[in-house]
Design a protein. Structure first.
Length: 413
């Protein structure tokens, strides 16, 4: 039996997503099966093949940061700071902790992309003297984590990793490791990204990765559906507060769920395409179950990576079937990207939040736009409407460019 000090739990959550500017709004949208996809407003996309995205709307960074801080920081950092402050309040912690045993692990896949693109345009148009003094620092991948640390006074370990679309999920595993080694009492962790820009959409369109369903934006993201035609790019930040169960019990705070463990593997196959055999995404699932001391028949739901691309959805289905065997067909599989689009570096953190809330509430969000089954995707994808059933254990899959596979397991406390 593990001691309280050997168990890591989630005690706070914060979220800014295309479904809302809080955890409550986001969870409400997920359980209601509401889409946050619409026409792009962040740049003039009229000449682009894809003119839709999942944007965070109504966000004013000045509500949570000073003018000076806003002027020096990226949008990805601003979203992360706002989500972190919500998460701290939710965990019963002060907005300014000033503690050497509080750390930050906030990952990003394309943090700073928008700032680099803007700087390149300024350089070409106006020359080097017009570049912002804060440009270089604001574009760095570690800056969302550092901006959070500065805002809240987190003097413990602060780091950031880039694992493409698996970044947000891996943040939970790194945070768990830091807590179990005693390097921190509390870790503020998760993911953030904001790069709805002309160069990003031009590049992804050249790859033919994006949905072109401009006529029906809310129906464009359709994971595992036979009529899917690509993913919907999104933005957002999801931050969780993790601590040992011992620390949480001593503080007398609510616990959402336990982070039981997980695993990382790499396809080592291609820079963007998944290994079609699904061998190493399957291995990540199997190793995550081993790390969490779970058997396939103990998994009550899966939060899928579910990008809505032909290759990824089929490969993920195959990996689940091979890793979980005969149990796979009976496990509900929820695909939140059908509603939020792909939040890139924040996607895995959103999935972790979803798993924890499903464990707490017994509600499994649906996969919307699943109307025409793909014969090669034959699992229970919770089509259309949320499902109400007890959830004791859940896993989430996150698979990224470069063949990065990260799977995290969660359990009821």
């Amino acid at each position: 039996m593990l001691e309280y000090s050997d168990r890591v739990v989630i005690t706070g959550m914060g979220a800014l997503t295309p479904l809302g500017l809080s955890v409550g709004e986001t969870w409400g949208g997920l359980t209601a099966g509401r889409s946050g996809v619409g026409l792009i407003t962040r740049f003039d996309a009229r000449d682009f093949p894809t003119r839709i995205a999942a944007e965070v709307t109504g966000f004013d960074p000045l509500v949570v940061m000073s003018v000076k801080s806003v002027n020096r920081s990226s949008r990805a950092s601003q979203l992360a700071v706002a989500a972190a402050k919500e998460a701290l309040a939710d965990a019963g912690l002060p907005p300014r902790v000033d503690d050497e045993f509080v750390g930050v692990v906030v990952n990003s896949a394309v943090s700073g992309f928008a700032e680099i693109e803007e700087a390149a345009e300024t350089l070409a148009r106006d020359g080097p003297r017009r570049l912002k003094p804060s440009f270089v620092a604001s574009a760095l991948t570690n800056m969302p984590a550092c901006e959070i640390a500065i805002e809240v006074g987190a003097h413990g370990p602060v780091n950031a990793s880039a694992l493409a679309c698996a970044s947000g999920a891996y943040a939970l595993l790194e945070a768990r490791r830091l807590l179990l080694t005693g390097e921190a009492d509390v870790i503020i962790c998760g993911g953030t990204d904001s790069a709805i820009t002309p160069a990003m959409f031009g590049g992804l369109s050249a790859m033919r990765a994006l949905s072109k369903n401009n006529q029906s934006p809310q129906e464009a993201s359709r994971p595992f559906d036979a009529d899917r035609d690509g993913f919907v790019f999104g933005e957002g930040a999801v931050i969780l507060v993790l601590e040992t169960l011992e620390h949480a019990r001593a503080r007398g705070v609510r616990v959402y769920a336990e982070v039981l463990g997980g695993a990382l593997t790499c396809d080592a196959f291609h820079i963007v395409a998944p290994d079609p055999s699904g061998a190493y995404s399957r291995l990540a699932i199997s190793r995550a179950l081993t790390a969490a001391r779970l058997n396939p028949d103990e998994i009550d739901m899966i939060c899928a990576h579910g990008t809505s691309t032909i290759a990824n959805d089929r490969t993920e289905t195959m990996a689940i079937e091979h890793a979980l065997g005969d149990e796979a067909a009976s496990i509900p599989v929820s695909a939140p990207k059908s509603m939020t689009g792909h939040l890139i570096g924040a996607a895995g953190a959103l999935a972790g939040m979803l798993c924890a809330l499903s464990i707490q509430t017994g509600v499994i969000p649906p996969t919307i736009n699943y109307t025409t089954p793909d014969p090669e995707c034959s699992l229970d994808y919770v089509p259309g409407v949320a499902r109400y059933q007890p959830v004791r254990h859940a896993i989430t899959n996150a698979f990224g460019f470069g063949g990065q596979n990260c799977v995290v397991a969660f359990g009821r406390v």
